[in-house]
Design a protein around this ligand. Structure first.
Ligand SMILES: C[S@@+](CC[C@H](N)C(=O)[O-])C[C@H]1O[C@@H](n2cnc3c(N)ncnc32)[C@H](O)[C@@H]1O
Length: 230
């Protein structure tokens, strides 16, 4: 997918996702909440329960996830190659900062952020640019900081169906957790791990607790992959 192709979805991003997942009976907000829980856990583990790191969200789109994670972070900066998405994000979430960039070099100094995130972005980045994409995220993350990616699990049948139904995923190249871990290690990140989540169609506490026990099982609809900057 070329750089600006998400421009045509800026005003209907959530509706397009809702249409592609309707078969599951789940709403888009369910997936935002699931991701928000995982990110809160990750932040507590790495920065402490009371600390709120600053975050660069690469490929933030219209910032749909940000209302769900804003209490976890001190500051959120979103950046994307789609200028229309960035304009929409800034309009909808004036409390955060949004920037457009060229998809090559992130316009920040080395070691700027406590944490960098990319949610369902890698599968839209051309494969030959994956190395640069991760190197740039790592470059702007401070030593001891966290590089995190959340991706669709290609092994999960419901995920594959929703990707097949989603028009903006037409040329998505899904990558599994093992491949992502290898890529993170290749980007010289430390303490690399991945965890699967979204095993159950509910965010109720008992199921979330069970999900934490199953995180090693590569069947959840989504996974999170993490590395630490040395
Ligand atoms: C499926 S959307 C996900 C948006 C957002 N992360 C979310 O979860 O709601 C993928 C986004 O990645 C962006 N994107 C694609 N290639 C990119 C790149 N090289 N750098 C940054 N963003 C990119 C697209 O413009 C689009 O907004």
């Amino acid at each position: 997918m070329s750089k600006q192709e998400f421009n045509e979805y800026h005003h209907k991003y959530s509706k397009t996702v809702e249409d592609s997942i309707r078969f599951s009976g789940l709403e888009h907000s369910f997936f935002h909440l699931s991701k928000a829980h995982k990110l809160k856990e990750l932040v507590s583990l790495n920065f402490g329960v009371t600390n709120r790191p600053n975050l660069l969200d690469v490929g933030c789109g219209v910032g749909a996830l940000h209302p769900y994670i804003e209490s976890t972070f001190e500051k959120i900066i979103g950046i994307d190659v789609s200028s229309a998405s960035i304009i929409e994000a800034a309009k909808n979430h004036p409390q955060h900062s949004y920037l457009h960039y060229d998809g090559q070099r992130l316009p920040f100094d080395d070691n700027t952020f406590d944490m960098t995130l990319a949610v369902c972005v890698m599968h839209h980045v051309p494969k030959e640019l994956w190395e640069n994409f991760l190197a740039e995220k790592s470059r702007v993350t401070r030593p001891g900081g966290v590089v995190c990616l959340i991706e669709h699990n290609p092994v999960n049948p419901a995920t594959r169906l929703s990707v097949a139904r989603c028009p903006f995923d037409a040329d998505a190249v899904l990558l599994g957790a093992r491949q992502m871990r290898q890529r993170l290690k290749f980007a010289s990140l430390d303490s690399v791990f991945s965890e699967h989540f979204v095993f159950f169609p509910t965010n109720n506490a008992p199921f979330r607790a069970l999900e934490r026990k199953l995180k090693w099982l590569p069947l959840g609809a989504q996974y999170l992959a993490v590395g630490k900057k040395k």
